[in-house]
Design a binder for this molecule. Structure first.
Ligand SMILES: NC(=O)c1ccc[n+]([C@@H]2O[C@H](COP(=O)([O-])OP(=O)(O)OC[C@H]3O[C@@H](n4cnc5c(N)ncnc54)[C@H](OP(=O)(O)O)[C@@H]3O)[C@@H](O)[C@H]2O)c1
Length: 276
């Protein structure tokens, strides 16, 4: 599988999302994904499943091969809280480093909080404890502050991106600055599954709508995706989406679908870039 990234990032393009997975079900999902060949797992402090993810990765014996992303919640961005959060995440994940550490959401006072938070993030990277650092749910204005004003080596912005919700503005800025865009909710939290246009193209390829939605995302330069799939069948189907070759007509049809259906709501303090 293709790996993406600059600024210390070397991330397999397709990973496993773990939001809502917890306990034994989470461990079983992560173990089955690793068994199928997934080498990129996405978790977060806020998901309350870092211990389960850590246990599954440890049981696999393959930590060195696995790209592990976790994220700090926006209430923990003051320097002491951030450092404490990071140490707690490492302990729960049973590892001495993460491969990517993200600010999960902008705080209500993100522009003011960013310099001090980024100083801690940069130090974690310099110490090798976070191999790469980045952000999530950041509009271009905050990416610009982090990259151009603060000079932080931002490697990734994880945002809601799928066939029904576009990120043209974020993608353009990210590509110009060597930042990978990781598509969260790449299946629109299940919304893509009954889309008739996707179903029609899926029929043509002997595939499923979910696979077509992933194939559309993954053919785009600098884009990774982290579909959450609890069981083996969907995990395997999502890996197989990497093999689908969309033709020019498929791509034109998919590009033309409206791209303004957001699933995840912003706090009213975030001025996200318009979808499309
Ligand atoms: N940074 C952020 O703020 C943020 C926000 C949201 C999500 N995320 C990350 O992104 C990950 C993915 O997003 P998400 O979980 O919200 O939504 P998603 O991946 O778009 O959709 C997950 C849903 O799709 C189903 N599914 C997966 N593969 C399928 C397939 N091949 N065919 C049919 N159905 C399939 C899953 O069911 P099964 O489980 O039954 O397979 C689940 O119900 C999260 O788990 C999390 O790691 C990050």
């Amino acid at each position: 599988m293709q790996r993406l990234g600059e600024h210390g990032l070397h991330m397999p393009q397709l990973g496993l999302g773990t939001y809502t997975l917890k306990g034994a079900a989470c461990r079983a999902s992560v173990e089955s994904a690793i068994g199928l060949g997934y080498r990129h797992i996405d978790t977060a402090q806020m998901y309350g499943n870092e211990e389960d993810v850590g246990a599954a990765i440890e049981a696999s014996g393959l930590r060195a091969q696995i790209h592990l992303t976790t994220k700090v919640w926006h209430t923990n961005l003051a320097p002491d809280a951030l450092r404490r959060s990071f140490d707690e995440s490492l302990a729960k994940l049973r590892t001495d480093h993460v491969d990517l550490y993200l600010i999960h959401w902008p705080s209500p006072t993100m522009a003011a909080d960013l310099p001090a938070a980024m100083a801690v993030m940069c130090k974690l990277r310099e110490q090798g404890m976070a191999r790469a650092i980045g952000v999530s749910n950041f509009p271009v204005s905050l990416m610009r502050q982090a990259i151009e004003e603060i000079g932080a080596p931002i490697a990734c912005n994880q945002v809601e991106f799928n066939i029904l919700h576009g990120q043209t503005t974020v993608l353009k800025y990210a590509r110009a600055h060597g930042v990978v865009v990781t598509a969260y909710a790449p299946l629109g939290k299940g919304r893509v599954l009954d889309n008739p246009t996707l179903a029609q193209i899926a029929g043509k390829h002997g595939a499923s709508p979910a696979q077509i939605a992933l194939a559309w995302l993954l053919r785009q330069p600098g884009v990774a995706a982290i579909p959450k799939a609890g069981g083996v069948a969907n995990q395997r189907a999502n890996l197989d989406a990497l093999k689908i070759e969309l033709d020019a007509q498929d791509i034109a049809t998919l590009d033309a679908l409206p791209k303004n259906q957001r699933n995840v709501a912003a706090g009213d303090w975030i001025a996200w870039d318009p979808p499309g």
